[in-house]
Design a protein around this ligand. Structure first.
Ligand code: AHG
Ligand code: MN
Ligand code: MN
Length: 353
């Protein structure tokens, strides 16, 4: 298009937003709302943010630099470890150690909790699944990192104090913050603090910053979408089969749509935005379920509840109230829109033995 003779440029001018809320700014603003804050939590979040950026970077380059495939080992729960599982885990541990604010870390990829005795006054405990959905990695399908943060009691602070795994066998109701980052078409970070709202950020690769794009996320009260691995239906309880059968063959109205990626982070992120239900029920093959309470179920449950949804186990108990028996303890999971989870409770009541 030629210039039109006056001073207007030959192409339409993009409207530039000069008042961007980055995650760094958001965290600073949150901190100022708490005059008693020491800044330690903010620094811990900066270290978390760096681990997400690094993991995102290596996932994007994986095929180019030979990081696809197996590492030749298996993790605590017997899953084969991918090379990126190991790298994601190492990046996460290094970021937490380097922050100086993390006293103890539980990772899906580590059998035992990692205790940072070099930071005796660090008051936070972090739980994480460094790469969730790793079976999808080599196909370039979205995966993610899930995290939760607990604050340790004052009596555990100091150089002569022993902090151990049992100190974080706590219910999710005690998490001070939780969230996840999904590495998809872009990296999406979702974070919530105890009793607070849920906020979503999108990585701007040029700026190298997570930008607030989804303030105060609220889960729609209902939506006809279900997300579950139906290949397990042979192992499901009767009531679970009755519920999903009803979604496909409703007495009235249209059947639901099925969407299942096989990465909890990606399935949960879509559910958070669109509504519906994501489930990984306990079954006869895995009576305690597949997903881990501390670093998969509890952080997701906090996000869903704070966004107005519900998060229950296979006995219709609140996921956030479960106390794990060990750091890798598992549970059945139902995460979803408020009305949909109410419907699930109805089926449980009617059909569960
Ligand atoms: P991870 O890759 O951390 O082991 O987790 C995989 C989990 C979760 O992301 C997903 O919802 C579920 O496993 C998928 O399991 P199926 O392959 O059995 O459907
Ligand atoms: Mn996982
Ligand atoms: Mn994992």
């Amino acid at each position: 298009m030629a210039s039109n003779g006056d001073n207007t440029p030959p192409v339409a001018q993009e409207k530039v937003n000069t008042d961007i809320v980055s995650l760094t700014r958001f965290l600073t603003e949150e901190q100022t709302k708490h005059p008693e804050a020491t800044g330690d939590f903010t620094l811990l979040c900066h270290a978390l943010q760096f681990s997400f950026k690094s993991i995102a970077y290596y996932i994007r380059r994986a095929t180019l630099i030979n990081l696809t495939g197996l590492a030749g080992s298996s993790n605590t729960t017997g899953d084969d470890q991918k090379k990126l599982d190991v790298i994601g885990n190492d990046l996460f541990i290094a970021a937490m150690r380097g922050s100086g604010k993390c006293r103890i870390l539980v990772s899906e990829e580590e059998e035992e909790a990692i205790v940072f005795d070099e930071s005796p006054f660090a008051r936070y405990a972090v739980v994480c699944d460094p790469i969730d959905g790793s079976s999808n990695l080599d196909a370039g399908v979205s995966v993610g990192t899930i995290f939760g943060i607990f604050k340790l009691p004052d009596e555990l602070l100091g150089p002569n104090k022993k902090v151990e795994a049992k100190d974080i066998l706590r219910p999710g109701t005690e998490l001070v913050a939780a969230g996840f980052t999904m590495y998809g078409a872009s990296a999406q970070l979702v974070i919530t603090m105890r009793g607070g709202s849920v906020n979503g950020f999108t990585m701007d690769n040029s700026l190298g910053e997570f930008i607030l794009t989804h303030p105060n996320m609220r889960l729609p009260a209902k939506r006809s979408i279900y997300s579950v691995n139906e290949g397990n239906s042979m192992y499901w309880d009767h009531w679970v089969n009755e519920y999903f059968k009803d979604l496909k063959f409703p007495a009235t109205g249209k059947p639901y749509s099925a969407r299942y990626i096989g990465s909890m982070v990606a399935d949960a992120y879509r559910t958070l935005l669109y509504g519906g239900v994501f489930a990984y029920p306990a079954d006869s093959k895995a009576p305690k379920g597949k997903l881990r309470i501390l670093y998969e179920c509890a952080p997701m449950a906090m996000v869903f509840e704070n966004a107005g949804g519900q998060a229950l186990n296979s006995k219709m108990e609140r996921l956030l109230e479960l106390v794990p028996e060990d750091i890798h303890d598992k549970s059945g999971v139902f995460l979803g829109s408020n009305d949909e989870v109410e419907k699930i409770k109805g089926f449980y009541k009617k059909y569960a033995k």
